[in-house]
Design a protein around this ligand. Structure first.
Ligand SMILES: *Cc1c(COP(=O)(O)O)cnc(C)c1O
Length: 429
């Protein structure tokens, strides 16, 4: 039970050392945006930067800009910035393609290592409620190799890591529940069992501290448009531990990952290191926007950095969960994210207390109509429907958490969600 008042939340905002970072964003007035885990907010710098790339670098300087404006090295330049957020060294991470495509590359490369070193290992182990695209990509990698994809509940994963397991593939923070895996210990368990560990950082990069090198992970991918604020469909990133980066070339052997793309020779020779994980020509306009987004996170360095972001993120999610439990008690919703902050990413998920209740989607729509943007993720036979609220410490205020819960309380109390307009489904939920 929390006795926090709205004035207490305003006082927390007034004392928040990260508060100045909110001015980096174009936030629509009167909107409480709790969906930065799906699409980060537009940074103020982005429109002018993209306009400059379009009008000056492209419009005036044209093809020279590949050299003069450094377009050709954008994947590495932005990769080095993201590396600082995930515990990788400069030169170990590049920006390329989508998370899905990058996952295919790293799973294929990791699988080739196992096929060579330990061909008796023929299973990829993952979590049943992992993000579907990760599972679909793993399915096709397994299909090509005649391997099995095994999906388990999180508690069962450690015990399954045995002599037939090739790869452990996990998303660090679960997209539905916000539950965060212990990356160092699961990676160590995978290694002790002789498997490699592949991590998806889609809901981690820019949201929670990650130390890929410290955890001794093998491969990682992550998303540019969520907590990195890179814009819709922003390019993703890919990292390989240097001990693996040069062992094979990844399966999408495009010319941008070639050792000498502009030699125009017929045979493929992979570039040294992570550069071989590039495939085709980099999307310059999208990269320009992504760099502005990544810079909004790096701007926190002057205010305590990732540790300060994490501290505020925990305070925000803790406050939201406690306020829901105190102010919406008995209204049919329960907090399903872990209540132990060390096991929680930067989001809080609610679910109908009655698993038969089908109003989660309509509740989210009623909140959106009131200017509180979260999202809905459909459940299935083993998981409940979810109301998902992401907290981005760069721009979310404590008073936003308070006001969001007050709107939720009113929606539930008046059963506003019953209105027909809140029960129409759109293509994107
Ligand atoms: C958001 C997300 C993706 C997105 O993949 P795209 O290829 O960008 O569509 C993949 N995996 C996870 C775990 C995600 O959260």
């Amino acid at each position: 039970m929390t006795r926090m008042t709205r004035d207490d939340c305003l006082a927390l905002d007034a004392a928040d050392p990260l508060a100045p970072l909110r001015a980096q964003f174009e936030l629509p007035p009167d909107l409480i945006y709790l969906d930065g885990n799906s699409l980060g907010v537009l940074p103020r710098a982005t429109a002018a930067r993209v306009q400059d790339v379009v009008q000056r670098e492209w419009g005036r300087d044209l093809i020279q800009s590949w050299n003069s404006a450094g377009w050709i090295t954008l994947p590495q330049r932005i990769g080095d910035k993201i590396a600082r957020l995930v515990g990788a060294q400069a030169g170990e991470l590049v920006v390329a393609d989508s998370t899905s495509a990058n996952l295919f590359k790293v799973l294929s490369a990791a699988a080739r290592i196992v096929c060579e070193d330990a061909p008796e290992r023929r299973a990829i182990v993952s979590e049943r409620s992992n993000f579907p695209t990760d599972l679909y990509i793993a399915e096709s990698v397994c299909e090509a190799l005649g391997w099995d994809l095994e999906l388990l509940e999180p508690e069962a994963i450690g015990a399954r890591l045995g002599p037939d397991v090739a790869l452990l593939m996990l998303t660090h923070v679960n997209y539905r529940t916000g539950r965060m895996h212990d990356m160092p210990s699961l990676t160590a368990e995978a290694h002790a069992a002789g498997a490699l560990a592949v991590w998806d950082l889609a809901h981690s990069a820019g949201a929670v501290p990650v130390d890929l090198r410290g955890a001794d992970a093998d491969f990682a991918v992550g998303c540019g448009y969520k907590y990195l604020n890179g814009g819709p469909g922003a390019p993703a990133f890919v990292w390989a531990h240097p001990r693996h980066a040069e062992r094979f070339w990844q399966p999408l052997s495009g010319w941008m990952g070639h050792a000498a793309p502009f030699a125009f020779t017929p045979g493929y020779r992979p570039a040294a290191g992570i550069a071989r994980y590039l495939c085709g020509t980099p999307p310059v306009l999208s990269l320009a926007a992504l760099e502005c987004g990544v810079d909004t996170v790096l701007a926190a360095d002057a205010h305590g950095g990732m540790a300060a972001l994490r501290e505020k993120s925990i305070a925000l999610t803790e406050l939201f969960a406690a306020l829901v439990e105190a102010r919406c008690a008995g209204m049919g919703l329960v907090v399903v994210s872990p209540r132990d902050a060390s096991e929680r990413g930067s989001q809080v998920c609610l679910a109908p207390a009655d698993r038969e209740a089908k109003h989660a989607y309509a509740v989210v729509q009623a909140l959106i109509a009131r200017g509180v943007v979260g999202d809905f993720r459909a459940g299935d036979s083993s998981t409940p429907d979810i109301l998902r609220f992401g907290f981005t410490p760069l721009y979310t205020r404590f008073v936003d958490a308070w006001d969001a819960v007050e709107h939720l309380r009113q929606v539930m109390q008046a059963e506003e969600w019953r209105e027909a307009r809140f029960n129409q489904r759109s293509a994107v939920t």
